[in-house]
Design a protein around this ligand. Structure first.
Ligand code: GLP
Length: 262
């Protein structure tokens, strides 16, 4: 049975998601928490930072990292995960640099960097909570369709739409290889807790395939159906193709979330 939470609107989704992160920190002051960048998580990170500023708590033992990072671009590029996470949440919470574990974006040895990234997380006892976004093609992290479920942390190609956006933003030409260093699917599946967060009508088809479709390497996120402690946290728009939910117009109770097992 899958653990699916459907929030009535985007604001409620953002709040619920922010509290998943805060609760993870409060429940375990030494938690190792993996984040994800993108439109889905921007507001949740902002809310975590705002709530922390209002009601601070001890984060001196918390480790933060991001599930993936761009390769072959300087960290000064605003789209690099290090920079986004630092600005959105690690900085505002005052997470010390040694507790903010990120692979470098530039290196002559990404194989070694991938190994060291994974080993650094293992040395801290593994991942307590991993927040994941959902790619338009079903990717998680930068694990594209076809990635073996037993994949480890490594450099992977970006999906073509995302790569085109990065190239446009950076002016980097096709002769310059771009990719992303990502936790592998196996590494993600070893997290003790996972929250897959998806919001917006543009995610609805992929949400349905991830949750209702077969578990297949063609849809990397479908593997999460097999994780014993994964919550699928959705807003009503993203959930509109799931049973009994037709989006904002369709009977999502106001003032509360629908929490169900499917
Ligand atoms: C990128 C990131 C993923 C993220 C995904 C979703 O591909 N590498 O980690 O989950 O985008 O992005 P968005 O939330 O903007 O839809």
């Amino acid at each position: 049975m899958l653990n699916i939470t459907i929030m009535p609107d985007e604001a409620a989704f953002d709040r619920a998601a922010a509290w998943r992160i805060i609760t993870g920190m409060l429940a375990n002051p030494r938690a190792v928490i993996g984040l994800s960048t993108g439109q889905t998580t921007k507001n949740m990170h902002r809310l975590v930072s705002e709530i922390f500023a209002l009601c601070p708590f001890d984060v001196s033992g918390i480790t933060l990292f991001n599930v993936d990072e761009l390769t072959n671009l300087p960290r000064s590029y605003a789209g690099c995960c290090y920079t986004m996470i630092k600005e959105q949440i690690a900085g505002p919470l005052g997470i010390r640099e040694e507790n903010f574990i990120m692979p470098p974006t530039m290196s002559g040895d990404f194989e070694g960097e991938s190994r060291r990234f994974q080993e650094a997380l293992e040395a801290r006892g593994g991942i307590d909570l991993q927040i994941l976004g959902l790619g338009a093609n079903g990717h998680i992290g930068i694990n594209q369709p076809g990635t073996p479920f037993n994949s480890e942390t490594r450099v992977s190609p970006m999906d073509p739409v995302f790569e085109a956006r990065v190239r446009k933003e950076t002016g980097v030409g096709p002769e310059h290889p771009l990719g992303g260093l990502t936790l592998g699917i196996r590494t993600i599946m070893h997290a003790r807790g996972i929250v897959l967060a998806a919001k917006g009508a543009h995610k609805a088809d992929m949400v349905e395939r991830m949750i209702r479709g077969p578990v297949t390497e063609d849809i990397p996120a479908s593997v999460l159906q097999l994780h014993p402690n994964c919550e699928f946290l959705l807003d009503a728009e993203a959930a509109r193709k799931l049973n009994g939910t037709t989006g904002k117009e369709g009977g999502v109770p106001s003032g509360g979330d629908r929490h169900g097992q499917v």
